[in-house]
Design a protein. Structure first.
Length: 292
């Protein structure tokens, strides 16, 4: 059976990593000799080459050590958390206008921050739990026998695994969701599946804040978080005396690697993305509309 080599959280063979780690440590010692008898290994090579080889092995040792520690942290403490908590005060529009930009895809124009970056289709979980379970039912399937109808010419998936009913765009409510795909004109990934988001809860009380909770149940190409881990909650409060409307967005997500979370700047980027999203909504509502 071939050994797989993937990022932490996958089927990585720890003994193989330990063996490579020991070999990377032993090689410099062999190159420089040991004991009283000087080793002739690499004697024909210049000192500069041996110097570079030594530090290359040290670098490999350090990388492997960090990789193993990161994997052990995942095994011991679980996935790494990513959270964001931002607020924005809207001015220049009504609460219904801002709410439509948050919870009604049928009202989103081409300038909407979601529509600018993704093609949006609305789907329904009309078949209940059977459709939801289909998201994760991949174990035991022979990948060679899987249909290629869901793949684009580059081999990227075009649709989620879950078999859901397509419905016209409209206000979000429990049991509905959105399939997001990379924009068709966005390069090699154009048209490929990005993520599947389910509406978990919508509340529009006569008093108190409106509430929208969305969850990403399936991740596609380019989506940084694990399936069923990203949850975002938006609250839109009633207008204050000066007409301003406070909006609060809270989100959580998970990744397998703490190194990846740090290297990709997911914590910072997620917060900045949430701030940018709310600012774009504010501009979309308050910006003057041109005729025609």
């Amino acid at each position: 059976m071939a050994l797989t080599w993937r990022w932490p959280g996958s089927k990585v063979r720890a003994p193989l990593l330990v063996l490579l780690l020991l070999l990377s440590y032993a090689l410099p010692a062999v190159a420089y000799g040991s004991g009283k008898k000087k080793s002739k290994f690499l004697a024909a090579y210049p000192m500069v080459f041996k110097f570079l080889l030594f530090w290359w092995c040290v670098f490999v040792f350090a990388v492997m050590f960090v990789y193993i520690v990161d994997h052990l942290f995942y095994r011991r403490y679980g996935p790494a958390k990513v959270t964001w908590n931002v607020e924005h005060t809207f001015r220049g529009g009504t609460r219904e206008q801002y709410w439509a930009q948050l919870a009604d895809p049928s009202k989103w124009s081409e300038a909407h921050p979601v529509v600018q970056t993704a093609d949006v289709d609305m789907v329904s979980w009309a078949k209940g739990e059977e459709a939801k379970d289909a998201v994760d039912v991949t174990e035991g399937k022979d990948e060679k026998n899987e249909s290629t109808e869901n793949l684009d010419p580059l081999g990227l998936p075009k649709d989620p695994k879950a078999k859901l009913d397509s419905v016209p765009l409209g206000p979000l409510k429990t049991g509905l969701g959105m399939v997001l795909r990379h924009k068709a004109d966005s390069g090699p990934r154009g048209g490929s599946f990005f993520c599947l988001r389910e509406c978990k809860q919508v509340e529009e009380p006569s008093e108190g804040p409106y509430l929208l909770i969305m969850k990403t149940v399936e991740a596609g190409v380019g989506f940084p978080f694990l399936d069923n881990s990203e949850v975002s909650e938006v609250e839109l409060f009633p207008a204050a005396e000066d007409g301003s409307i406070r909006c609060k967005m809270v989100g959580t997500a998970e990744v397998t690697s703490r190194i990846f979370r740090w290297w990709a700047g997911l914590q910072k980027n997620s917060t900045e993305a949430a701030v940018g999203f709310l600012e774009s909504i504010a501009y979309e509502v308050s910006a003057p509309k041109t005729a025609g």
